[in-house]
Write a new protein. Structure first.
Length: 164
């Protein structure tokens, strides 16, 4: 477990140093993390999740376009509802959302968050909670979906889906 937190500490240090330069999207001095470089966010999260999984002896997961789409839809919908929860405004569950995008595998779990923090700070918070950590670290997982929606005020709605 110490190894997992060491990896998270190193990743967090990297983000903090990047924030000082503004290279990751943070407006220097503003205190609000603004996502720019959208194409990099999913890969930073994937690399971080896989580093944690490797440290625990679990196999890597890969990003899945269908699960990314389900996560993106739910992140935007949570913003519309202005509350972080696992049910959509139309009553849909995570199972419904992955079925709608045509994913035929098995859902293992979904983690969600609303924050003003970047993706690695959000992952750190998820890893500190036993329920969300168990979703991320599920040894049966082979596919991951990850997306977000950022409001104009900077609030970010994060969704991560694990499946096999």
């Amino acid at each position: 477990m110490k190894r997992v937190f060491l990896i998270l500490t190193v990743l967090a240090s990297f983000i903090v140093s990047a924030c000082a330069t503004g290279n990751d999207g943070t407006a220097s001095g503003s205190g609000v993390y603004k996502i720019r470089n959208d194409e990099r966010v999913q890969f930073r999260m994937l690399d971080s999740v896989n580093a944690l999984r490797q440290a625990a002896g679990s196999r890597n997961v890969q990003l899945n376009a269908q699960l990314n789409a389900a996560a993106a839809t739910h992140s935007r919908d949570m913003s519309v509802q202005n509350r972080p929860w696992h049910f959509g405004s139309d009553g849909s569950s995570p199972l419904d959302r992955i079925a709608r995008v045509g994913y035929t595998g098995t859902l293992l779990g979904e983690t969600i968050s609303e924050s003003y923090e970047n993706e690695l700070q959000t992952l750190t918070a998820w890893m500190e909670n036993s329920t969300t950590r168990s979703v991320i670290m599920d040894p049966k997982a082979v596919n991951m979906g990850f997306s977000w929606f950022q409001e104009p005020n900077g609030k970010i709605w994060w969704t991560l889906v694990m499946a096999n």
